[in-house]
Ligand binder design. Sequence first.
Ligand code: SF4
Length: 310
Amino acid sequence: MDAKELLRRYIEQRRELGESELVLDRLNVEDVMRLIGAAGASRPSPAASHTVREFDSSDTRDWRTSLRDAGVNVDTPTAAAAPAVEASPETESPAVTTTDDMAFKKGIVVAPDEGDLIPDAILKLRSLDEIAEKVKKCTRCSLYETATHPVPGEGDPQAKLVCVGEAPGAKEDETGRPFVGQAGQLLTKILAAIDLTREQVFICNVLKHRPPGNRNPRPEEVEACSPYLIRQLELIKPKVIVAFGTFAAQTLLNTKTPLGQLRGLVHRYHGIPLIVTYHPAALLRNPAWKRPTWEDVKLARRILDSASRS
Ligand code: SF4
């Protein structure tokens, strides 16, 4: 079967599955390059050096150079092609906002009006260490009864980027550290792909204790625990937040919009740009999502770079 037929079948299959985004994860790169008019892979050029790398084995400079050769503007932020978010009271129209030389498609804006939801006992905590101490003794929901260790989060208290996941898993519960299992190792690689170490960011979850058997968090647990996350973000004041997975994204953005429609947009959480992407655990189950995740974290990196320049 020639490459064109394979590409047609692939796209049809994705459309039937209800996908509107295209991820070229199984095709021979050389065939696709030929299809779009690029004359084969180019050697990496020094001028194409970037602050970001892919977290798989391929060298991104190859496809960038090839696409540039084919006349594609690969320097345009990927968000420009993102799907629109369904209309909701907290959703702004997907207008384009500009930071420096970059244009991003806007998503949901969550205004900083939840102050009254934070109990005084949490609001008065003045550092991440104080929050961690409070979490250790927390009984605001029943999860502390079944968990082994609290997992308040770890990293740079002045991090420019904060990663937010769902809840601790078995390994995290055992060690008291966030994202240390298999998914955590993948998160470390994802961060490395945008030239960040775990120590340079802050990593935490919406829930600070593990739900038994990794069951889904319950609304009352989220309500009880989210003030800790809100306070952590208030104290850190990052330049960008990356929500990993549906749960973190929907909690922070106070929406039921599916993850697929939240990706590729720059949301605002209390004025801080927020990017949504797949949870690393989901990437372990579906490696095809590595490419869109790469696009998402690359967008986060661009926002970070843009904020550093301003
Ligand atoms: S999960 Fe959160 S609210 Fe529940 S006991 Fe732990 S720290 Fe407290």
